[in-house]
Design a protein around this ligand. Structure first.
Ligand SMILES: Cc1ncc(COP(=O)(O)O)c(C=O)c1O
Length: 360
């Protein structure tokens, strides 16, 4: 890695790439730490970003996202709550991290070679990230998605050159049948020769892609992380981060979050909802009981209300899954109490949802 510093403000990091060991061409930029906190938690409000060097391509801009404290939506007398701003990745989602891992690990094993076509079933966040990585690396990409997901995501995948195959959702909702139907179609398509099925829900390369996120957090919050929570779709993000946090501090409490109307983990059954990216209707194969301590179901309406507060009170524009994350984070921060640090993630940018009903 040859890149030099650029300073993104917040609790930043000052190091070289922190991604998984094999992800050499991804996540290459490092950001200089402008830590004005002196452990007081106070941050200056007008940081200067200085870009000293360039990455060879956009994959070098993945990762090294800022982490900021939520000061207005979090009540007094509870733990401090920090949020990692993953919407600042190139496609506006933390999925860029796993897309790099999935593609580069497949390349390393020889499963994916030049001229081949990558296939995936996705609501559009993973698809946008895979479409980006495939565009940069020159692979064809066929994606199976649905009109239950934001039009912006479907158009983004097409903009990166993906071939988008849509499965119609009669209710416009994410139902327990939808994701399995999308996966089945993707599996069929991937039977063709020279096709590689990314299979995000079972692919062990997915959590590896998020280990860098965990390592960044350890540097950004040197006082220690007492608890972490995150909403679960395929569960790759929480599993990858938890692996790092728990190996550093086995007492770090990790909570997985799901929509209350699709409580597969907490109650054993699925249901309809509109929280894109999570509540997939079945237990995610990557969910490892050893890597989380609790599961929490959050009402979608509370998550949506929180998303609007995050924008108005904290200046954080994010999607609905982030709202659920913050509702859960506040509940947990009350339980663990003052003097502790809890972290959650802003999964993606709210710009993907401004045309929908989230902000209206
Ligand atoms: C917006 C959003 N939030 C949360 C998630 C859940 O992430 P994971 O699949 O790593 O559990 C996803 C996954 O697609 C997503 O798109």
């Amino acid at each position: 890695m040859r890149y030099t510093e650029r300073s993104r403000h917040a609790m930043g990091t000052n190091r070289k790439a922190s991604s998984g060991a094999n992800l050499d061409s991804c996540m290459g930029l490092s950001f200089g730490l402008q830590d004005s906190t002196q452990n007081t938690g106070r941050l200056t409000s007008n940081p200067i970003m200085s870009t000293v060097s360039c990455a060879p391509n956009v994959l070098g801009a993945i990762g090294n996202t800022p982490c900021v404290e939520l000061r207005h939506v979090v009540p007094k007398d509870c733990a401090r709550v920090f949020i990692k701003l993953e919407g600042l990745n190139p496609t506006g989602s933390y999925k860029d991290r796993m897309a790099c891992s999935v593609i580069e690990e497949a390349e390393r094993r020889g499963d994916l070679k030049p001229g081949m076509t990558v296939v995936e079933a996705t609501g559009g966040s993973t698809g946008s990230s895979l479409a980006l990585v495939c565009a940069v690396k020159g692979y064809n990409f066929t994606v199976v998605s649905s009109d239950a997901f934001a039009e912006e995501k479907l158009k983004t995948m097409a903009a990166f050159g993906a071939n988008v195959d849509i499965i119609h959702s009669p209710t416009g909702k994410i139902t327990p049948e939808l994701i399995p139907a999308m996966r089945e179609r993707a599996r069929e398509l991937s039977q063709a020769s020279d096709h590689y099925y990314a299979d995000q829900f079972s692919n062990q390369d997915v959590p590896v892609g998020y280990e860098g996120l965990g390592r960044e957090l350890l540097k950004q919050i040197p006082e220690g992380i007492d608890a972490f929570c995150g909403a679960v779709g395929g569960a790759g993000m929480v599993m990858g981060v938890s692996k790092i946090l728990k190996s550093h501090n086995p007492n770090c409490q990790v909570t997985v979050v799901e929509p209350a109307s699709a409580p597969v983990i907490t109650k054993g059954h699925g249901g309809q909802h509109s929280v894109e990216g999570i509540g997939i209707g079945f237990l995610p194969p990557l969910l490892n009981k050893e890597l989380y301590d609790n599961a929490l179901a959050v009402e979608e309406a509370e998550g949506r209300a929180m998303v609007r507060r995050l924008a108005k009170e904290e200046g954080v524009l994010a999607g609905t899954s982030t709202g659920l994350n913050v509702v859960a984070a506040i509940q947990l921060a009350k339980q663990i109490g003052p003097g502790k640090n809890l972290v959650t993630v802003a999964c993606d940018t709210g710009l993907k949802y401004v045309r929908g009903d989230l902000y209206t």
